[in-house]
Ligand binder design. Sequence first.
Ligand SMILES: [Zn+2]
Length: 215
Amino acid sequence: MATKGVFRVECPYCGESFDADFWTVVRGDRDHDVKELILSGEFDLLLCPKCGEMLQHSEPFLYIDPPRDILAFVMPESYEAEKDKWIARMQADYEPVRAALTAGQGLTGEPLCFFGLGQLAAVLESDRDREEETEVLEFMAREDGLRLLPVKPAAARELDLPFTIPVRAGMTGRAAALSAAEGLYAKNDALPRLKKLVDFLKTPGSETVPFLKKK
Ligand SMILES: [Zn+2]
């Protein structure tokens, strides 16, 4: 599947029409520079070759990050008015390549649909905070000889938890996780998602929530 496409764009400043390259597929786990452009808001900016003005132009694209379990249709904000039509069209385009894109990649959920880069950027930003917090937590956990278990990315997002949870050796189940999380939180209370993990693990019924990633 081609990852770039050429689309005709008209400059709103001087009326010039020109061809521009657009990403049609972005691999968030590989195309790090492109991901940065999405986060910085520069992804859909173009320079008019005639007048040199900067203009914004969006085309739909697929954003995929299998390790983080994200598969998203990212559509221009203006498409939201005809949401159902565009989602159906993206689904139809995506269906023939679904198997090739998802095979053995660990992608689980149905595609997400975003209208406007901002919606995708918000998820990526919150994931980045979560990653940073998870790294601190993992570092502390290793120093304390705790084990680490991966959380399903979608569950981590939904429950706003770290991407991994610490577990105390020699204990089992929820008690092992709660004891480890409380121990770490006592040492560092500046980790909001660690606090949420402690609260989550204290919630009756949390032991039946399948939020851990299967190995
Ligand atoms: Zn122009």
